[in-house]
Design a protein around this ligand. Structure first.
Ligand SMILES: Cc1ncc(COP(=O)(O)O)c(C=O)c1O
Length: 434
């Protein structure tokens, strides 16, 4: 066993991680440097730390998402996953654009109702009686994606209590072992679920949902659609006819791929395990992502091949979060203290994004006050009392001084909604008007 691990470790060390193309990075940074005066004006007007919400970009992303999927799948209903960025303006903008909203709690459901979404899907495990009651009370706009047999009974009770019929789907487990088995029911029990629901007079079961996460390409979705097709083949024609929608979830990685620090590449992780606190290594790496068009094309093909033969007429739903919100917010910080030429502290700490993202992920820190398209090494830390409060180990700029305004672009997904009141306050949010 140890020999086996050693051999795998040696292979991992030999496998060079893919390096992020410096020309691609420069081009990305220059796009933001071009808009430096407007970013600086926002920092001046609203103060820092600041999330700048770029509504125009959000709506462009929404239009592109819809167009890509409709080109390959015909009509598609898009439900924005509120959890990826739960700022009310984001939900309101997308609802106003005509998207539905995907929520995972009573809190998110209230937000979606207030945002004016015409259609809402409510998924997630362990919905409480209060959450189900709220969903049932708004059955005119809410479809409940049931997570278990027990939840089917609780939903029936809630709907009977209000004497309404609630539209529902059932979430399917995509991995029957490990942590992901907490979501949904296994495919092996799908037929039984439809049979049970048929005897529940207040629940109109008419759909299927699955979700796979962090997909750099569509293989996980395509593989599951093939498995689902085999299960559908075993269902009765009447059960199949009841299926009105298929919700393929979210999990589409944004097109630039996943940008990584050395520490999060396989050799970097190994080096850290063997020599914790060893010499820091520089460089930026990337896990490439398939373009959205490839996701739409491959998923479309899989639906035609595996699902359409069993269910002729149904609507396709999808629940993108990150793909829509990633580029829709940018973070502005100010340097408070320059402790050395290669060490600065900013006014915002990583409590405003809620996790130690930049220990693993790379994103450029751009000095808007002293712009330059060259990256210089410098440890950029937040002001929390923890050494893990790090924004980056370099900045794009000619120099860095106290009072300088720094931009970390594309911080719209799984940051704002994870913010914590840990030591420092949360960041303000302003809407980009440039
Ligand atoms: C059920 C469900 N749908 C959609 C999403 C959105 O995923 P993403 O932001 O990766 O598109 C999630 C994220 O966890 C989810 O759990």
């Amino acid at each position: 066993m140890p020999d086996d691990i050693l051999q795998k470790a040696a292979e991992s060390l030999r496998r060079a991680p893919p390096v992020l193309d410096p020309a691609e990075l420069k081009e990305f940074v220059e796009k933001f440097l071009d808009r430096a005066p407007a970013f600086l004006a926002a920092a001046q007007a609203h103060g820092t730390p600041l999330y700048l919400f770029d509504r125009k970009t959000l709506l462009e992303r929404a239009a592109r998402f819809k167009a890509a999927f409709e080109a390959h799948l015909g009509s598609v209903q898009v439900f924005y996953a509120v959890k990826s960025n739960n700022h009310p303006e984001v939900a309101r903008a997308l609802a106003g654009f005509g998207l539905g909203l995907d929520v995972s709690s009573g809190l998110e459901l209230e937000l979606a109702l207030e945002a004016g979404a015409a259609e809402i899907v409510f998924s997630g495990p362990g919905k409480t009686a209060g959450e189900l009651d709220l969903a049932v009370a708004r059955a005119d706009r809410v479809t409940v994606l049931i997570d278990s047999f027990g939840e089917l009974e609780r939903l029936e009770k809630a709907a009977a209590g209000r004497e309404v019929m609630v539209r529902a789907g059932v979430r399917l487990t995509t991995q029957e072992s490990g942590l992901w088995r907490k979501f949904g029911i296994p495919l092996t029990r799908l037929e039984e679920f439809f049979e049970t629901a048929a005897a529940r007079p207040h629940v109109a079961l008419g759909g299927l949902q699955f979700h796979t996460s962090w997909n750099l390409d569509p293989s996980a979705q395509v593989d599951f659609l093939a498995r689902l097709g085999r299960s559908l083949a075993d269902m009765s024609p009447a059960q199949r006819r009841a299926i009105e929608f298929l919700d393929i979830g979210g999990g589409f990685w944004p097109p630039k791929g996943e940008w990584l620090t050395w520490a999060s590449t396989p050799p970097g992780r190994l080096a850290q395990a063997v020599e914790p606190g060893g010499p820091p290594s520089t460089g930026h790496f990337v896990n490439r992502a398939a373009p959205l068009d490839t996701f739409a094309q491959e998923i479309g093909r899989a639906i035609r091949e595996h699902i359409r033969p069993h269910v002729a007429e149904f609507q396709i739903y999808t629940e993108p979060g990150r793909w829509l919100s990633h580029e829709a917010m940018h973070l502005l910080l100010r340097v408070v203290d320059k402790k050395a030429q290669d060490l600065v502290i900013t006014d915002g700490g990583t409590n405003i994004i809620g996790w130690e993202r930049f220990e693993n992920e790379y994103f450029p820190v751009i000095n808007l006050t002293r712009p330059a398209d060259e990256e210089r090494p410098c440890l950029i830390c937040g002001s929390l009392c923890t050494p893990h409060d790090v924004w980056g180990s370099a900045y794009f700029g000619a120099d860095i001084e106290e009072g300088d305004v720094l931009l970390i672009p594309c911080q719209g997904a799984y940051t704002y909604s994870l913010g914590q009141r840990f030591i420092k306050p949360l960041a303000k949010v302003a809407t980009w008007s440039a």
